[in-house]
Design a binder for this molecule. Structure first.
Ligand code: AR6
Length: 234
């Protein structure tokens, strides 16, 4: 913190800020201080809102899969995103990731809209995941509606070129055309659509509380999502 006298108070303030950032707990919100160039996958919690999958079970599976994949990431990182500070899934995952000593530079949580991570949150993510529906159609609410709406018609066209539909437990990587607002504004180059298990009787392929099948499908969904991200890195 040494420097010319006239800069002393400024550098003291800067040092205090750095200290406060260093003091942030692991897996806390606001870890947006790392450089923009790090390849990053931002993903929502698959199946835990509209698809009504149990959050405790989902957080166990997510953290288990994150632990498996962080070893394969090189300098890349994974970020779990949700809209609110009160998010139950974010709290559960933070605790479980810390218990397993997962490197908080490689995996952390972030509060924000997944379609505005750079413009509103300062967090650059070149790949974002979508909790999709089996038809790979826009709308329907949740993160799917937000991503299709923010990406514009270019995403629907690009998605159709890659796949007509998705089976639960699978993901499809879609390169985002450079004229998409999400590419231009947020720097997103790929969307990975993932279809998780559904426990909501109002939605297709409901598993009717069969958590044996459901847990397997959710594991497969995260494997397929993270494999998709690794394929983008290659
Ligand atoms: N940014 C960040 N996180 C979000 C956003 C957003 N804009 N919107 C929702 N979340 P959901 P699912 C969080 O319901 O349970 C759709 O209708 C949300 O708080 O989007 O897999 C599709 O068409 C939750 O933590 O996905 C499918 O039919 C997480 O994203 C169905 O929902 C996932 O919530 C998929 O249901």
């Amino acid at each position: 913190c040494k420097g010319p006298d006239n800069l002393l108070s400024l550098s003291a303030i800067a040092c205090k800020e750095v200290k406060e950032i260093e003091d942030l707990p692991k897996h806390s919100i606001g870890c947006d201080v790392t450089p923009d160039s790090i390849p990053t996958l931002a993903f929502p919690s698959i199946s835990t809102a509209d698809f009504q999958f149990n959050s405790e079970k989902a957080s166990d599976i997510m953290v288990e899969k994150v632990e498996e994949f962080v070893k394969k990431l090189g300098n890349a990182r994974l970020v779990l995103v949700d809209l609110s500070h009160g998010s139950k899934i974010l709290s559960l995952v933070r605790v479980k990731a810390a218990q397993r000593n997962i490197d908080s530079k490689k995996f952390f949580t972030f509060v924000g809209d997944i379609t505005q991570l750079y413009s509103q949150g300062g967090l650059r993510c070149n790949v974002i995941a979508n909790a999709a529906n089996w038809r790979l159609k826009p709308g329907g609410g949740g993160v799917n509606a937000a991503i299709f709406s923010a990406a514009g018609p270019a995403l629907e066209v690009a998605t159709k070129e890659r796949a007509a539909s998705l089976v639960p437990g699978h993901a499809v990587v879609v390169p985002l055309p450079s004229n998409s607002p999400l590419y231009i504004r947020e720097g997103v180059s790929h969307i990975i659509h993932v279809l998780g298990p559904n426990m909501n009787p109002q939605r297709p392929n409901c598993l009717k509380d069969d958590y044996i099948k459901g847990c397997k499908i959710l594991r497969d969904a995260y494997t397929s999502l993270f494999d998709g991200f690794l394929s983008v890195l290659r």
